[in-house]
Write a protein that binds this ligand. Structure first.
Ligand code: ADP
Length: 497
């Protein structure tokens, strides 16, 4: 198909990206080759900055799901990947990282076009994906077993083995990094893989499938099933998968877990959040304003760890909020590929309307809603960064994940109240504390119920830092050594002497 790109957008894309978009629609990638897309299942890829279709792909059918899982199963069972020497897997994954790094600008442009995010943010996503891949490539040759102190007539060992076929179901906000949190450790330890990217953002996952083949990863080891919820549901219901790693909304995570009960498939779930940012009056307020802004405006708030609840000492509430709004007005809303853009559109019209409904309800319930910027003239799914003050604790805007550029501000009078507000959420993904008081740092970070606490910073991700949630934010930790448990089985061998 011919991409419907405005002349401005066309001028910002490299010739490689343009030729990729003008190819025939993508289909599933199974056993090392692309299946031809069937016209009755085509889904448009929309540029969120213009609302125009830029290419299309075919949603995978139930038959494609069966075939992809069977291909991954065969590839696992015959040992073409799991029985390679670990050095070979390490080298192959390093080769894949080099290829991705070489094509980083192409993939970043595809990602910016597909998600709507600013190109500068997309570039960081690709850098992160490369770093995660290199980190786990190294693990292929580093994971060790143990000798277990069993009774003396036995020698007992614990060894780490691949699990088998691992599936990933991923969302649209960070398509490539979130895929890599799953794919890199799975492949490092010898598993085979089936990826189901979000229906909104298939391009970078499809591009990676092509690079996997170029890197020499054997056919059938990595399979990709583009498609929407029905494809995901088929993937969670099928026998033959040993582990499903899901990142997305809490409601869909519950559906995944229910389906996995039927096949007794292991699951790890990284779900939503309503992460608090606690600002105490003794904090470096200048740094805190920038940190709070980064925590909520990055990727237009479509971040599972978005710091969407600012919980702030009443004594500095007014001046802090005024300065935050004034700095936010300097951000430039626009198309993700435009060089001046610091805040892009939301991923879809549906998401834009969802966010608008949250804000309208908060206003109708008496909260003060301050919209900080004019919307750009362009069509596209834009929402201006919005600050909500005067909301009551427990109100919907303060409790539910908005997944957009909306910050709810709640004042507190003392540390106890700050912690009650912070922990008064169904979620527990991330949190932050801004203070210069060392005792408070320890007290508050110990008391926060969240998978991650950032102190005097926000949103720090690194391949070595385990990441995941508590409560309705899910369970299981990705990244760091914690992922070894997810992608290996521990085998106990007992030898009678
Ligand atoms: P969001 O689109 O808001 O991130 P979802 O949690 O619905 O929220 O999407 C995350 C991923 O889950 C996407 O890849 C989506 O296609 C997939 N998905 C949606 N519904 C289901 C389902 N019933 N079973 C499995 N996966 C699903």
């Amino acid at each position: 198909m011919t991409a419907q790109l405005t002349p401005e957008v066309r001028g910002l894309l490299s010739s490689t990206v343009l030729s990729w978009l003008d190819k025939p629609p993508l289909g599933p990638f199974i056993d090392g080759s692309w299946r031809t897309a069937r016209s009755d299942t085509l889904i448009d890829v929309i540029d969120p900055g213009t609302g125009l279709p830029v290419t299309a792909y075919a949603a995978s059918s139930a038959e494609d799901v069966t075939d992809a899982v069977a291909a991954a199963r065969r590839a696992f069972d015959d040992g073409r990947w799991s029985e390679l020497d670990p050095e070979v897997r390490e080298q192959t994954l390093r080769h894949l990282a080099d290829l991705l790094e070489k094509d980083a600008e192409v993939v970043a442009q595809l990602e910016a076009l597909d998600t709507g995010k600013p190109l500068a943010e997309a570039r960081l996503d690709i850098e992160e994906a490369v770093a995660v891949l290199r980190y786990y490539a190294g693990w292929a040759t580093k994971v060790e077993g143990s000798v277990i102190p069993a009774p003396r007539r036995f020698v007992a060992t614990g060894t780490r083995e691949a699990i088998g076929v691992c599936a990933a179901i991923t969302p649209w906000n960070y398509p490539l990094p979130i895929l890599m949190y799953k794919l890199a450790p799975a492949l490092a330890f010898g598993n085979t893989f089936v990826a189901k990217p979000s229906e909104q953002t298939v391009l970078s996952t499809a591009y990676l499938a092509q690079l996997c083949a170029m890197a020499g990863i054997p056919d059938g080891v990595v399979n990709v099933l583009p498609g929407a919820g029905a494809t995901g549901a088929a993937l969670t219901a099928i026998q033959g998968i040993d582990k499903i790693a899901f990142t997305g909304s809490t409601r869909t995570g519950q559906a995944v877990m229910r389906a996995a009960a039927g096949t007794l498939t292991k699951v790890s779930l990284e779900l939503g959040g309503k992460s608090p940012q606690l600002v105490f009056a003794d904090a470096d307020l200048d740094a805190a304003i920038d940190g709070v802004m980064g925590g909520i405006w990055t990727n237009a708030g479509q971040v599972c760890v978005a710091g969407s609840r600012l919980i702030i000492d009443r004594r500095v509430h007014d001046e802090f909020v005024a300065e935050l709004i004034s700095r936010t007005r300097r951000l430039s809303l626009g198309h993700g590929l435009a060089p001046a853009t610091s805040l892009g559109p939301l991923v879809s019209a549906v998401q834009r309307d969802r966010v608008a409904a949250f804000v309208d309800q908060a206003a109708a319930e008496g909260a003060n809603v301050e919209t900080t910027s004019e919307l750009p003239d362009e069509e596209g799914f834009f929402v201006a960064p919005t600050v909500v003050t005067g909301a009551r604790p427990g109100q919907r805007i303060e409790q539910e994940e908005v997944f957009g550029p909306v910050l709810t501000v709640l004042p507190f009078d003392d540390e106890g109240e700050a912690l009650r507000l912070a922990n008064g959420s169904a979620y527990g993904l991330a949190s932050s504390v801004w203070t210069t008081n060392a005792s408070r740092v320890h007290r508050v970070s110990r008391a926060l119920r969240a998978g991650t606490v950032w102190v005097n910073t926000y949103g720090v991700f690194h391949p070595t830092l385990p990441f995941g949630g508590v409560k309705a934010s899910g369970f299981g930790r990705e990244l760091g050594s914690a992922a070894v448990d997810h992608y290996t089985e521990l085998k106990t061998t007992v030898i009678d002497l």
